[in-house]
Unconditional design. Structure first.
Length: 82
């Protein structure tokens, strides 16, 4: 969930929950693992372009996350010409 707070700045919160299984019989909704992340975003045209977040939860520990929209790097959605 991302929400604008003032001008180009916004807040972002994420929650993730799931389970990994080796066999089909191990899949279920009990003992799910979870993690959370919260941070700030920089928006342009109402779309978040840059986000800096802090994630926690799960056995992996805490993580810092930096994400930048590909359009700021000159990326394009057109297919390669070769």
């Amino acid at each position: 969930m991302e929400h604008s707070i003032w001008g180009p700045f916004g807040l972002k919160f994420m929650a993730d929950e799931g389970r990994v299984a080796l066999t089909r019989g191990d899949i279920g909704f009990s003992h799910l693992r979870h993690s959370f992340a919260a941070g700030l975003t920089l928006r342009a045209g109402g779309v978040p372009m840059v986000s800096v977040m802090f994630a926690w939860g799960g056995p992996e520990g805490n993580h810092n996350i930096f994400n930048m929209n590909n359009s700021l790097l000159g990326g394009s959605t057109r297919p390669a010409l070769y």
